[in-house]
Every structure is written in C-alpha cells, then in structure tokens.
Design a protein around this ligand. Structure first.
Ligand SMILES: Cc1ncc(COP(=O)(O)O)c(C=O)c1O
Length: 413
C-alpha cells in the first residue's frame, strides 16, 4: 500500500459533517456556504453545444486533446494575459478539471525519495500556502514528498515566502501557488509572481500556479495576473519551470463538466502529456467541443462576475455591522475573522440559524515554526455560491447570530 495513504488528513467536509452531527437546526431554509460549488446557471450555448456533440462519444480521445481545443485555449490565454504568440497549442494540455491535474502534477514532477534511489534521505519538500486547497497536500503525500506549509500573512492573505529558509528553496521540487487564493481571495501581484519565477529558475523547481479563480475578480478594470504573464515579464520567454492551471468550473459555472487545462513550458507540457497517457487523463470529445465554445466567449463570464460582485456588495454592509469584513480581490469566498473559536462559530451558527460555513482551521495545518498557531484558526470561510437572495439572508442570519451569541462578550471586550 502507498505509505502516504496513512498520512492523509480527514477531508474538511467530513470534519464539518462530524461537527454538525446530532445538532438540530431551526426549521428555516438551510443555506449552505461551506462548499465552493458554483450554483449560477450554466451558459445555455455551452449546454447546447454539448448536446449536439454527443456523437463524439464513439471515439477514443487523445490525451493531447484536439488541435482545435488547444488552439482555442492558447487564444484565450493569449488574449487574457497578453501573451501574444508566446503561447501556442504546444504549450497547452486539456485536463478533466484542475483538481485531478493538480494532483497528477506532483506525481509527475515531484520525485519522492524512492525515485532518487535514496530511500533513507528525508523526502523532498513540496511547498504550498497554509491554509490551502486540500489536494496539494494529498498530492505531495501520495507521491512520497513532504508538504511544506507557508503560512499566509494575516493582513495581506498572501503566503509569507520571505519566511522560507534558503535550504528549503534549494530542496524544493514543486511549489503550489494559488491566485486568487482559496480561501482568502488574495491576488498575487505580478511582481511577486515574477520573484517566484526567478526562484524556480535558480533552484530548478516547477511552479504549479492554481489560477482556477482568476476570472472571478471584483474590480472589472483589474483582472488578476498569472504565472505565465509573470514569466514573460521577467524575461523567461520559454516559460521554463512554469505551469498555470485554469478551469471552466468557476469561470463558466460548469463544475460538473470537469473541464480545465494546464499551460506552460512546452517540454513540461510534453512530459505531462506522456505521464497522462499512462494515467488515462483524456477529455471526452463532447466536453472538448463544448469547452471550445466556453473559452471563446467572455460575455457569460462578465455576467457571472457581475452576479458575484452584487452578492459581495449586498452582504458586506450587513456583515460589517458585527464583523470585520473585507471584500476579496478575487474568488467567491469571505474569509471572516470570528469573535471566538472558528469551530464553535460554525457549529453554533448552524445550530441556531441553519447556515453552514467552514471552520478555517479545517483548511490549515499548525504552523511549522509554532505548533500552537494555525493560520486558519479563528476564521471561517463563507462561499457566496447560493442565489443573491439566499446570500443576503445568510448574511442577515449571521449578523443576528453574532449579536445574540457574542453580544455580551463583544460588549465586554
Ligand atoms: C483552489 C482550487 N483549486 C482547484 C479547484 C478544483 O476545481 P476544478 O477541478 O473544478 O477545476 C478548486 C475547487 O474548488 C479550488 O478551490
């Protein structure tokens, strides 16, 4: 058996179910804000294209995808991140959602000790933000590497890369970046991404930049930067050591379609394609055709953003009556500082109002430098995925809950 399996942590949603077990919420409509599953309408024209393409099910797809799909993706990337002709079909590989690809990238590029023939040596580190999307950790453990957590800064919400010792950068095989971040929604500036690109070149590790929230941003005039843009910006024209992960799940509200892509250096993409040929990661043909339609359209994405923006604008003043609230630059989560313990907050909010949020400590590990500290503790993640009406109702219930449950304590403080 893979020894990494014993080290896997319980998934946050299992822990949440355990936290809620045995509680009876009041008989008001349940509002679930724990899971980041987009609930906006899927674009009609994509569904129509999908239906018309079902005939494609009678052929085996290629791992590389069709040239048409890769060209559509390269075109989108080039327009979105101003990459011009630097990005072409050979820099792109379709994947069945970024989740599986973020897992696979570690198996492909982060060698565990056994691959280096040095079983006794400590496993090489795979670096990731803390708190983080749980797949990064599982991927690192299951390839025999060692997760190395970089705590986020409580002000900026960005990982404190400056705290990582030089020796860790030297041994690093893979760095997971998440921008806009889940759960904080913090967006990494182009310059910071550029610094990481330079480190990756200096110490020869791969950057897996998870940009699946890149199309959900608050300021229409300031789309988040990406790793490929940052690579070109620091003169890395070959996109060496860089891979960006994008998805239709959040951008186009199509989480069930399982469609995304990885893009970056042509040699890395070719290696990844080879790996995935054995893994069996080809995208079904109708999904490929529907994905082309989705990547070629921006109008539905603008409408999607506008709806998230409206939800943030409506809920922020309500929550701000009782909690410190910042509308994040990207993504669809609030990362809310709780007046007390985050698990207690989530449990009591559910028990008293039937609103479900996720305790931040389920998304983070204890700090490497101070085991008593976890950068997720004292926060909850609230996903604005339900309808605008439900989100507003959840904000009102949360406000009333905080007043009632913490009122006395807040007044004393
Ligand atoms: C940070 C992050 N990365 C990747 C994913 C996976 O998205 P998908 O597999 O739908 O592309 C998610 C989904 O919630 C996420 O939050």
């Amino acid at each position: 058996m893979n020894p990494g399996l014993d080290q896997l942590q319980q998934y946050p949603f299992e822990r949440l179910n355990a936290l809620k077990a045995g509680l009876t919420p009041p008989p008001v409509s349940p509002i679930v804000m724990a899971i980041g599953e987009p609930k906006h309408e899927a674009p009609d024209f994509v569904l129509e294209t999908l239906k018309k393409s079902l005939g494609g099910l009678s052929i085996y797809p290629l791992t590389a995808g069709t040239p048409e799909l890769r060209e559509a993706i390269a075109g989108w990337l080039s327009r979105r991140f101003q990459l011009a002709e630097k990005i072409q079909a050979c820099h792109v590989l379709p994947v069945n959602g970024t989740r599986e690809a973020l897992f696979a990238v570690a198996q492909c590029f982060a060698p565990g000790p056994k691959h280096k023939g040095q079983a006794a040596a400590p496993p090489p580190p795979v670096l990731m933000p803390n708190p983080f999307y749980q797949i990064y950790e599982g991927a690192a453990l299951l390839c025999g590497a060692r997760p190395y957590y970089i705590d986020i800064d409580s002000e900026s919400g960005l990982p404190r890369y400056e705290d990582v010792p030089e020796s860790v950068w030297q041994d690093c095989t893979l760095l997971y970046v998440c921008t806009p971040g889940n759960p904080t929604g913090a967006v990494m500036p182009l310059e910071l991404l550029g610094e990481l690109v330079k480190k990756a070149l200096k110490y020869n590790f791969v950057i897996a930049s998870d940009e699946c929230y890149s199309e959900l941003y608050f300021d229409e005039g300031a789309p988040p930067a990406g790793i490929l843009q940052a690579a070109l910006n620091v003169g890395n024209d070959g996109l060496e050591n860089c891979l960006a992960f994008h998805s239709l799940s959040k951008r186009s509200s199509l989480p069930g379609m399982r469609s995304g892509f990885v893009a970056g250096n042509a040699n890395l993409i070719e290696t990844f394609r080879l790996y995935r040929t054995y893994q069996g990661g080809a995208m079904p043909p109708p999904i490929q055709t529907a994905s082309i339609a989705a990547w070629n359209d921006e109008a539905h994405v603008q409408a999607n953003r506008a709806l998230y923006r409206r939800k943030f604008q409506e809920t922020a003043p309500v929550l701000a009556e009782v909690l410190p609230v910042t509308i994040p630059a990207g993504g669809f989560y609030y990362w809310l500082k709780t007046p007390g313990d985050d698990k207690e907050f989530a449990r009591e909010l559910y028990r008293r109002t039937n609103v479900t949020v996720l305790p931040g400590s389920y998304l983070a590990r204890g700090s490497l430098s101070d085991e008593t500290y976890s950068p997720g503790r004292g926060y909850v993640r609230m996903a604005l995925v339900a309808t605008a009406e439900e989100c507003l109702e959840a904000a009102r219930r949360t406000r009333d809950f905080v007043k009632e449950f913490y009122g006395a304590r807040l007044a004393e403080a």
